[in-house]
Write a protein that binds this ligand. Structure first.
Ligand code: GDP
Length: 195
């Protein structure tokens, strides 16, 4: 499904730029620097597929990737920029809202949470938006290699508690490390199993 068969299709800045919903898709959301590009790269086995770009100007697009015979992988703009101009933030929030509420082939959103930081206010906001849009979402913990066993358990507890307030949340978390490869195969299997 993924290896060697993934390609960048296009970056979308407005609803009329979305590709035809002729196959299912999953999307990835997370705070900037959460490890989203690294995760997409690890999933697809393509080292530089998702540009590891953290500058506001380059992350306002919804980026579409194709997989051969499989779903679109959709990289949503990273959120939580304190410094982005209000007008730009409003524009992408509108696009995000429209995309999430109107995309009939969207099967699941993956909300990435840094294993060291847990669920933050902006994560809560995106989860509430997903609730409202009736998009089932699943949390992917990133950078699992950066936390010790004890801290990890505490963090998972915090995340599970936060998730219990969100009707659209899928209860099972996926622990990943793009660096070590942990959880990547599991996540691939989850995506491959959606229809
Ligand atoms: P993005 O802004 O969400 O796309 O985040 P990036 O994928 O660019 O990652 C942000 C930083 O975290 C980079 O320095 C990555 O090398 C680092 N990083 C990403 N994933 C992991 C991981 O699984 N383990 C470790 N140790 N570092 C990671």
């Amino acid at each position: 499904l993924f290896a060697g068969a993934t390609d960048f299709l296009k970056g979308v800045v407005a609803m009329d730029g979305l590709p035809a919903p002729d196959r299912i898709e999953v999307c990835f959301a997370g705070r900037s620097n959460v490890g989203k590009s690294s995760l997409i790269n690890a999933l697809t086995g393509r080292v530089k597929l998702a540009r590891a770009s953290n500058t506001p100007g380059r992350t306002q697009e919804i980026n579409f990737f194709t997989t051969t015979g499989g779903p679109y992988l959709v990289d949503l703009p990273g959120y939580g920029y304190a410094n982005a101009p209000v007008k730009i933030v409003e524009k992408w929030q509108r696009l995000l809202k429209n995309y999430l509420s109107g995309r009939q082939n969207l099967r699941r959103a993956f909300v990435l949470i840094d294993s060291r930081h847990g669920v933050k206010k902006v994560d809560e906001e995106i989860m509430s938006l997903l609730d409202k849009s009736a998009v089932t979402f699943q949390v992917v913990m990133t950078k699992a290699d950066k936390v010790k066993e004890n801290d990890r358990a505490k963090m998972l507890e915090q995340v599970r508690k936060a998730l219990s307030k969100h009707p659209a949340a899928y209860p099972e978390l996926v622990l990943t490390s793009s660096e070590k490869g942990d959880g990547i195969e599991t996540l691939r299997a989850i995506i491959a199993g959606l229809d």
